[in-house]
Every structure is written in C-alpha cells, then in structure tokens.
Design a protein around this ligand. Structure first.
Ligand code: ZN
Ligand code: FE
Length: 256
C-alpha cells in the first residue's frame, strides 16, 4: 500500500485548500471548498480527479465552493448531519463515530462542536493525518461562533487525544498571530518562545506553518494546555477547572 498523498495550497485570504489522494484507488477528496476554481486547478496540476468533497462545517470559506466543484467533477459531498440545512449539495450526512472511505483508506469522523455546532474533523488513523477545519489551529483554535467554552474544550480535548505524531491540517494560516498572542500570556515559556521563533522564521521565508502535529501543539498551544500549572499560574487561575481556564484564554484572544 502506497502512502496517502496530501496537496496543500493557499485559497482566499488565509485559508488552505487540501486535496487528499489515495494512489491505490485513484480517489481524491477535496477537504472543504474555499475556492472551487483554485481547487480544480490544483487537481489538474497533480493529475488527480476529484471524486469526493468532505466538509468540516458550513462557513462559506469551507463550503462555499461545493456546488461549483460538484458540478465540475460529479464529486459526492460528505458533510455533517447537523449542517444539512446550511451546506449545499450534501449526498451523505455523517456524525460522530462514522467512518468515511477514500478508496482503500478509512477516515474516522469526530464531532467537534464549538466553532460551530455542526463541526466535524476527519482522521485517517492508519496514515496519522487529521483534517481539523477551524477547530484546532497551530497555536490557536477557532472562535466560538456557536458553541460554549465547555463544548469547545471537550472537542479540543478529543483532538488532543489523537497520537502525538498525527499531522494536523488546519484550515487557516493564523499561526504567527496566534503565537504572538501566546507569548503575551507566557512571555517566558520555553516551548512557546521556540515555537514563536520558528513561526516567525517560516513566515519571513513565505512558508506555511501548516501542517503541525498533535505533539507539537500539546507542548505549546495555550488552548490545549488548560490543565498545565504553568499556564494556570500565568493567568492567576490555579484553582479553576479546565474549561474555565480555556474560556479565559479564548476570551483574551478575542480582544487581543
Ligand atoms: Zn469557520
Ligand atoms: Fe474558516
């Protein structure tokens, strides 16, 4: 079995588009549809034919290209059941625990409400690859447009429980701003400092900071470290529960 291939490219202002390809079957899925024309052009460059579209959530920068891409390719659209009334062109609804196939490859669906109430992520366990949409960002997480801090904390905890070596494909290039926010809370945290320094260097070279890994995020991302005594000390919240610490970090980021 040859390995799963991922093609990543910039879309719109700061989104990433992803094409995931199973060489054994020839199947290709577009993860979300930020820009149908751009996605088609990238598939053409790779010599891949898009057979499926997998949506993470209903926001326009994730599902706005669904119908155009479906019309151009005949791809089947897989999307969260919660979003049936607000994602166009759905063929198959999925919810937590479902398995979706890309040819010979299996991806598990994890329900991760918080950014929106329907958000799901797709995890290829055997390939150690996860497409996390706007749930987890490198050094950040999605804004709470619909869910509560408790919901998002539960969702992020499930994502953080994936194996450390999992490659994490976030849907936006927000890392540099996120890292500077993290430094504002913990200016002396060695992991945060190293991470921020590396991100500054990558961005100065015009390079992507995505994908990241679960292990890397657990070591530095303040949105995953609500239980960490160092972060709690920095916030003056030694005795609060994890969800309350997470909520405070999110609140500070919203006004950073
Ligand atoms: Zn979104
Ligand atoms: Fe988005």
């Amino acid at each position: 079995m040859s390995s799963l291939l991922v093609r990543q490219f910039s879309c719109l202002q700061d989104n990433y588009g992803f094409l995931v390809h199973d060489p054994d079957s020839g199947e290709t899925a577009a993860i979300d549809t930020p820009d149908a024309d751009r996605i088609l052009a990238e598939a053409g460059k790779a010599g891949w034919t898009i057979t499926q579209i997998w949506n993470t959530h209903h926001h326009w920068d994730h599902a706005g290209g669904n119908l155009a891409l479906k019309q151009a390719t005949g791809a089947r659209i897989i999307a969260p059941s919660y979003d049936r009334g607000r994602i166009e062109g759905i063929d198959t609804e999925v919810s937590d625990g479902d398995v979706v196939m890309l040819g010979t490859r299996a991806a598990q669906v994890l329900f991760t409400p918080g950014h929106t109430l329907g958000h799901v992520i797709y995890w290829f366990e055997d390939d150690a690859v996860a497409f996390v949409g706007d749930t987890l960002f490198a050094m950040g997480c999605g804004r709470l447009f619909e869910g509560s801090p408790q919901q998002m904390w539960t969702s992020l905890s499930r994502v953080a429980a994936l194996p450390d070596n999992t490659s994490v494909y976030c849907a936006h290039e927000y890392t540099q701003a996120n890292a500077h926010f993290a430094l504002s809370i913990e200016p002396d945290h060695p992991g945060v400092k190293t991470y921020a320094h590396e991100v500054d260097r990558l961005r100065a070279d015009g390079r992507a900071t995505v994908p990241t890994t679960i292990g890397r995020e657990k070591a530095a991302n303040p949105f995953l470290r609500a239980a960490d005594p160092a972060l709690r000390r920095a916030l003056g919240m030694e005795d609060a529960d994890d969800a309350a610490v997470f909520a405070e970090v999110r609140r500070r980021k919203d006004s950073f």
